[in-house]
Design a protein around this ligand. Structure first.
Ligand code: MEV
Length: 290
């Protein structure tokens, strides 16, 4: 029996555009997914297409048990965390000998296959290595996390389907490139600006709000996300935007120490769920078997 855990993530800037070679910034967060894999004579195809693909790609049959502190289908990277933890647990339990780099690459492959060919390496990379990461045209750079980076997540409790949202954007890219291309360029430019303004919270907040408006223009917004983003900005957050695929799921808000509680209350007043968390600098890791 082998148990591995991997962290979730907040997509800080650049989701969707990163699938088309633009830069993206994401950060691993504390809630984790735990996956236990064991040899078993009785193989039952897992319900999760991500887990099923992990077993298929490694050509292994075994049993799997998942415990998650992350809400699923919410933009916090639960599919990537499940994929990463499952691949590492299979590798360990069946002594396959793959390196961390190989398993990170395989995790990206699993996401791509499960999302009809459209997936950046962001979620799986962040889940594998932890910390804050800039992804740009396939290159990955670990960033020094800014000081006093105080965030609150708001979960709309509207579940979304990443593959569907990614397909919606692919459709727009194919059918209306004159509209979609400049939006992608602008998101890319915002992400690079954000990179240079990580310590300047006021400016970062403005960039978050602009990124959110462009995600709306791409068609991946949701009334519940807009409602929540407006509410936390009114409560004093520097900025707010969705995290991940959109169409539901979570927003993240950048706060000062002084207004964190007001932001949390504003999220609860919208019948949404606040999640107070911080960066997880550790990526996938082996857990003690219970
Ligand atoms: C999903 O967390 C982020 C997307 O950009 C897809 C991806 O990067 O694979 C929507």
């Amino acid at each position: 029996m082998a148990t591995w855990s991997a962290p979730g993530k907040v997509f800080l800037f650049g989701e969707h555009a990163v699938v088309y070679g633009k830069p993206g910034i994401a950060m691993a967060i504390k809630p984790r997914v735990m996956v236990t894999v064991r040899h078993s004579r009785f193989y039952q195809k897992p319900n999760s297409p991500y887990i099923a693909e992990c077993f298929r790609i490694l050509d292994i049959k075994g049993s799997v048990y998942v415990r998650s502190q992350l809400p699923s289908a919410s933009g916090l990277g639960s599919s990537a965390a499940v994929t990463v933890a499952t691949l590492f647990a299979i590798n360990d339990e069946f002594s396959l000998g793959h390196s961390r780099e190989e398993l990170a690459a395989l995790s990206h492959e699993v996401e791509k296959i499960t999302q009809s060919g459209h997936a950046s390496a962001t979620d799986t990379y962040v889940s594998t290595y932890g910390g804050m990461v800039l992804i740009r045209s396939g290159e990955k750079r670990r960033l020094i996390p800014p000081e006093n980076f105080s965030i609150v997540i708001g979960n709309t409790l509207v579940s979304h389907n990443t593959a569907e949202m990614v397909a919606r954007v692919a459709d727009l890219m194919q059918n209306s490139p004159k509209i979609a291309d400049p939006i992608m360029d602008s998101i890319g430019a915002i992400t690079m600006e954000a990179m240079h303004n990580m310590e300047n919270h006021k400016e970062l907040g403005i960039l978050m709000n602009r990124n959110q408006a462009l995600l709306d223009a791409l068609g991946v917004g949701h009334p519940a996300l807009s409602h929540l983003a407006l509410a936390v900005r009114s409560a004093g957050a520097y900025g707010a935007k969705l995290s991940g695929a959109g169409g539901g799921g979570c927003i993240w808000a950048l706060c000062s120490k002084g207004n964190k509680n007001r932001v949390i209350n504003a999220i609860e007043d919208c019948d949404a769920r606040p999640i107070v968390t911080s960066i997880d600098t550790e990526g996938v890791r082996k857990e003690k078997d219970e």
